[in-house]
Design a protein. Structure first.
Length: 113
């Protein structure tokens, strides 16, 4: 049996439900504070527009290639996704636009320590 003691697992189940509820409330209030009333009326999923995805370069490159309809053989073709690079994807009305891919301009002012 997967769960040895059902009574002890209840607190973890309730804690998970509480954490999920608190996270959803935080996202809701964050959206209400960030967007105007008109923007909330026009935006289908306002919390998704506030999403930041942090992932490994290969995973991000694979997603971009899928979105562009490219083959896996082009995985290592430029542009390269370097560490701490920024890739910005905008989704509006069901259409996606790649605004920035592998941008590292924010690193130009960084000096070595």
């Amino acid at each position: 049996m997967f769960i040895q003691s059902g009574e002890k697992s209840q607190k973890y189940a309730q804690g998970g439900a509480l954490a999920t509820t608190l996270l959803m409330l935080l996202l809701y209030f964050g959206s209400v504070v960030f967007y105007s009333e008109k923007q909330l009326a026009l935006t289908l999923w306002p919390t998704l527009t506030l999403t930041l995805v942090v992932t490994h370069s290969v995973i991000l490159k694979s997603l971009i290639m899928y979105m562009k309809g490219k083959s896996i053989k082009d995985l290592w073709a430029p542009p390269f996704i370097h560490d701490t690079s920024l890739t910005i994807l905008e989704i509006k009305n069901g259409m996606h636009h790649l605004l920035s891919e592998g941008d590292v301009t924010h690193l130009k002012n960084v000096t070595s320590v």
